[in-house]
Design a binder for this molecule. Structure first.
Ligand code: ZN
Length: 470
């Protein structure tokens, strides 16, 4: 009797499992050994749709032999990024080829790139998918690759060689990499970082470079004792010898977070560890995507934390931290275009006003952090607000305006501090922090040199900014 009961329970569980309404579109992707061709077979779940979309207009140019395997005689020739199938794709299997070789270096903005023997292909060039997915509808990609060829994506691993794409908008840039590289996965707190060193010659060993990246990720965990997202793809591109170890880094968010680092692989490990770029880029994970014209917000936060976090983990001492932040603010002031922060941020790229916008944003976050700590002691801080942002908002699959985020942060912190900062500084052409403000924090400046005064009215808060309180 007991056994029969168990059997019923088992059957019930099995059936309820089958009744769960998840609809999965499964893409099986393989690649030729010479990395010239990608073969895609998409088996669509039971969801009605009649059109397919790629994120890029150029996708059509490199897509070949697209057909449903149930009807091999109808070949679809997409023209741009939208393709009418003239039939319901539910339950069908679509097959197509992506011509990697002819796509290399051909597009102006995002193009397939050959890096040594490896390739990096923007996802919006090769992935044709339904435009909008319902909440229970997912895209999963299974890589069926020949031995010795590897793959890397920003997607979440759900089984061996199988990944689920985060439902971000179709036109957010995203990268997949294919080649003979080894994918290093490193777990930092709750986050899996997958690190790929693209083909090239490295003087600093990959083991050392991994130490640099994991150190930077750990540094970001100081904000609230865990990493903001649960997986990140890191692609490292070795470049020519230059003046610094990491001349450029960039975060893209399509399908999940990818951080690209362009490095000078001839520099020693110590220089990588002392460099702020990785800490800055990984700090971007603390916030959702923000609008293009609101770089003061997203870049301001990463720029504020880049040195604060280096101060907390001991890479900079107290004086060095404030000296660096002071120097940054001076760069911002010198980079002013004589316009309000809002207008400068909107025209940042044309006017190359990066320094003014980044450092003005950093100054606003410094002031907000200090103001929060003034009202609520150790309990209230930018760290604690960001922890709430993570709990209630991340990962987020749409873009936010800076103003909207400031209002949201106020409601999470139950203050008006962020809204007040916004009102005070966005429509002003004056840099948000002046020497008076520095003096209150006990940062005294003589001939550009910072000395710290621990007797200043807000010196205790300044000291607390460099402490981890979880
Ligand atoms: Zn940045």
């Amino acid at each position: 009797m007991y056994k029969i009961k168990l059997l019923f329970i088992f059957i019930f569980l099995l059936l309820s499992g089958l009744h769960s309404k998840d609809i999965i579109h499964t893409y099986t992707v393989s690649i030729s050994k010479d990395l010239n061709t990608l073969y895609v077979k998409a088996h669509f779940g039971e969801s009605d749709f009649y059109y397919l979309y790629a994120g890029s207009k150029a996708a059509a140019r490199y897509t070949q032999n697209m057909h449903f395997i149930e009807d091999a005689y109808t070949i679809y020739k997409p023209q741009y990024e939208e393709l009418s199938l003239n039939k319901n794709a539910a339950g069908r299997t679509l097959s197509y080829i992506f011509d990697i070789r002819s796509s290399i270096g051909r597009e102006r903005w995002t193009s397939t790139r050959k890096v040594g023997d490896d390739v990096v292909i923007p996802v919006d060039l090769w992935l044709w998918r339904p435009l909008s997915l319902k909440e229970n509808e997912h895209i999963e990609v299974y890589f069926d690759f020949p031995p010795g060829i590897n793959f890397s994506s920003p997607w979440k691993r759900v089984a061996k060689n199988r990944y689920r794409i985060y439902p971000t908008p179709l036109d957010w840039p995203s990268a997949t990499a294919f080649g003979t590289f080894v994918v290093d996965t490193v777990r930092i707190k709750n986050c899996v970082l997958s690190v790929v060193f693209m083909d090239g010659s490295y003087k600093t060993t990959q083991k050392e470079l991994k130490e640099w990246l994991t150190g930077a990720a750990r540094s970001v965990c100081q904000v609230y004792d865990s990493f903001p997202v649960d997986n990140v793809q890191i692609l490292v591109f070795p470049g020519r010898p230059g003046r610094e170890p990491v001349p450029f880094g960039m975060v893209i968010r399509g399908g999940g977070i990818t951080v690209n680092f362009y490095i000078d692989p001839s520099r020693p490990l110590t220089e990588f560890i002392a460099d702020w770029t990785a800490t800055h880029e990984l700090s971007h994970c603390l916030l959702p995507m923000t609008d293009r014209n609101d770089a003061w917000f997203s870049e301001g936060l990463a720029t504020y934390y880049q040195y604060i976090l280096m101060g907390r983990d001991g890479r900079l001492d107290e004086q060095q931290t404030w000296q660096r932040i002071y120097n940054g603010f001076q760069k911002g002031i010198r980079g002013s275009k004589g316009m309000t922060l809002q207008n400068t941020a909107e025209k940042m790229r044309q006017m190359r006003a990066y320094r003014y916008v980044y450092w003005s944003g950093a100054a606003i976050f410094l002031k907000a952090d200090v103001a929060l700590r003034k009202t609520g002691g150790a309990q209230k801080s930018l760290d604690s607000v960001l922890k709430r942002v993570r709990q209630s908002l991340l990962p987020l699959h749409r873009s936010w305006s800076g103003r909207e985020m400031m209002e949201t942060m106020d409601s999470l912190a139950q203050t008006r501090i962020f809204a007040d900062m916004y009102e005070e500084h966005m429509h002003s052409d004056e840099f948000p922090v002046d020497e008076n403000y520095w003096a209150q924090l006990g940062v005294e400046i003589n001939d550009g040199q910072v000395t710290l005064n621990d007797k200043a009215p807000l010196a205790h808060i300044r000291k607390n900014l460099l402490k981890n309180v979880y």
